[in-house]
Ligand binder design. Structure first.
Ligand SMILES: [Zn+2]
Length: 432
C-alpha cells in the first residue's frame, strides 16, 4: 500500500512502522487535518488584517452553514464564559446600534441571555454592515435575523433530525465497557445498558467472558451530522443461562421506562451492585479473582474491589438510620428501606450523608475506601430482610406489577416489532 503514498509520507510511515496500522492512519489523518486547518487559519488571517485587529475570529466551514449567502463575509463566534452579546459585538468590531436593532427585533429569542457554548454567525456586506445574523442555540435550533432597510426580521428555525435505528451484538471478553467500546458504542449507550439492567444484573459478579448483549439504539442526524443524543430502544442481555429483554416504552402521559416483554418494569426497589460499575468495569478483569473476597470467612456481605473514590450508591430509596465511624466498619452508612429491608455500606473513604437523611436510589452516599478492618480498597455491602442477613446477589425481591389494561395493550402494540428486530439482529450475527 506504500506505493501510492508520497515520499514524505513514506518517511513518516517508516518512522512509525512499529505502530499498528490504525495508529499510523490516525497520525496521517491528524497531519492532514493540521494542514487543512493551517490553510483555513491563513485565510482567516487575511480577513483579520483586512477587517480589523480583533482576535478569535474564525470562519465556520462545516455543513450546518452551507446554505449561507456566499456574497456576504461570514464570521463565526462562540459564546464563552462571561460573554454577553455586547462583548462579542466589540470583539468583531460591530456597531452597537445594530446590536440594539437586533435585540429590539424579537422577544422570542432572548439575546440578553446567551449561554456559553452557543454560537453566533455574522454575515457582513463589503461595507462591513451587518446584513444577516444567526443566533445558534444548538445543532437543531437557530434564530436568523435578516436586515430589511434599518430593521431586522427574525425567523426561528428548528431542524427535525433524521432518526436512524442502529444495532450491535456484543460479545463480552474482558469487561462490559471494553466490549462496548470495541463495538463502537458511545459511553452514553453503554451507561444506559448498565442502568437498564442494573436492577437484575450485578455487573461486577454476574458477567462471564462469552456473555453477550444486543442493543437497538436510535441516533439523530442533522445535515448528515450526528447529534450527541442517542437512546436505547431495546436490548437483550444474555447471561450464561438467562436472557433478559428490555423494551423502551413511553406511555400516553410521556413517561418513559424500560419493560420486559411481559410488561414488567425493569426498575426495581434495589440495585444489584450499589456502586459506579463504570469505574470498575473499565479496568476490571473478569478472569482474575480479587483477594479480599476469598480471605474473610463467615462473611455476611458482598465485597466489591474498586478504586478508592469510586461512587457508592444507595441501592434503594430510604432513610439513613446510622452513619459514622468505628474501628471495624471504618466509615459506614446504614439505610432503612420501608421497615423490612436494611442495607449497609462499610469501609468508605468519604461519607456524603448523615443520620436522618432521606436518600434516593442511585444517590451517591459516599466513596469506596479502605477504612476500618479492611485489607484493600473495597465496598463491603450487606442486605438484611427483617433483620436477617441475606445474600444481596441472590435474594428475591418483590416484583412490580406488570402493565395492565389499556396501557398493556398499547405497550404490546408499540413494542412487538422490537422483539422481532432484536431476535433477527442477534440471529444474523450468529450466522456470520
Ligand atoms: Zn466484606
Amino acid at each position: 500500500m506504500a506505493k501510492n503514498l508520497t515520499p514524505s509520507v513514506i518517511k513518516l510511515f517508516s518512522l512509525y512502522k512499529d505502530l499498528p496500522i490504525t495508529h499510523v492512519l490516525l497520525l496521517l489523518l491528524c497531519v492532514t487535518l493540521t494542514w487543512a486547518s493551517l490553510d483555513i487559519l491563513n485565510s482567516i488571517d487575511a480577513v483579520k488584517n483586512h477587517e480589523s485587529k480583533t482576535k478569535e475570529i474564525s470562519i465556520n466551514l462545516n455543513s450546518e452553514n452551507k446554505s449561507l449567502q456566499p456574497e456576504l463575509v461570514w464570521i463565526s463566534q462562540k459564546i464563552n464564559n462571561g460573554d454577553n452579546l455586547s462583548t462579542v459585538f466589540e470583539r468583531v468590531n460591530l456597531n452597537a446600534l445594530d446590536l440594539i436593532r437586533l435585540i429590539n427585533a424579537t422577544k422570542i429569542a432572548n439575546l440578553n441571555n446567551v449561554f456559553p457554548g452557543e454560537k453566533l454567525l455574522f454575515g457582513l456586506t463589503s461595507a462591513k454592515s451587518l446584513q444577516e445574523f444567526h443566533y445558534i442555540k444548538s445543532k437543531t435550533e437557530r434564530y436568523i435575523f435578516k436586515r430589511v432597510i434599518d430593521q431586522y426580521q427574525v425567523e426561528h428555525r428548528i431542524a427535525k433530525p433524521d432518526k436512524i435505528v442502529n444495532y450491535r451484538h456484543v460479545v463480552i471478553q474482558d469487561s462490559l465497557y471494553l466490549a462496548g467500546k470495541k463495538a463502537q458504542l458511545s459511553d452514553q449507550i453503554i451507561m444506559e445498558i448498565v442502568n437498564i439492567f442494573g436492577w437484575d444484573i450485578d455487573f461486577v459478579f454476574d458477567i462471564r467472558p462469552g456473555d453477550t448483549f444486543t442493543v437497538l439504539f436510535e441516533e439523530n442526524f442533522v445535515d448528515g451530522e450526528k447529534l450527541p443524543d442517542e437512546k436505547v430502544i431495546a436490548a437483550s442481555f444474555n447471561l450464561k443461562n438467562n436472557e433478559i429483554i428490555a423494551l423502551r416504552y413511553q406511555n400516553s402521559s410521556g413517561l418513559v421506562g424500560y419493560f420486559t416483554p411481559q410488561g414488567i418494569n425493569m426498575k426495581k426497589a434495589f440495585l444489584r451492585a450499589p456502586l459506579d460499575i463504570f469505574k470498575i468495569s473499565s479496568g476490571f478483569n473478569l478472569r482474575r479473582k480479587h483477594p479480599i473476597h476469598k480471605k474473610i470467612k463467615a462473611h455476611r456481605g458482598v465485597d466489591y474491589a474498586a478504586p478508592v473514590g469510586t461512587s457508592v450508591y444507595a441501592s434503594g430509596d430510604g432513610k439513613v438510620v446510622d452513619a459514622g465511624f468505628n474501628r471495624f466498619n471504618g466509615n459506614y452508612v446504614f439505610i432503612e428501606h420501608g421497615g423490612i429491608y436494611q442495607t449497609k455500606y462499610l469501609h468508605l473513604n468519604k461519607l456524603f450523608v448523615k443520620r436522618g437523611d432521606k436518600v434516593l436510589q442511585r444517590q451517591t452516599i459516599g466513596t469506596v475506601g479502605s477504612t476500618g478492618y479492611s485489607t484493600g480498597p473495597h465496598l463491603h455491602y450487606e442486605f438484611l430482610v427483617n433483620g436477617v442477613h441475606r445474600n444481596p446477589r441472590t435474594v428475591s425481591l418483590p416484583k412490580a406489577e406488570p402493565l395492565s389494561g389499556q396501557t398493556r395493550a398499547s405497550f404490546q402494540e408499540s413494542t412487538k416489532d422490537l422483539i422481532e428486530k432484536l431476535r433477527k439482529n442477534k440471529q444474523s450475527r450468529l450466522e456470520n
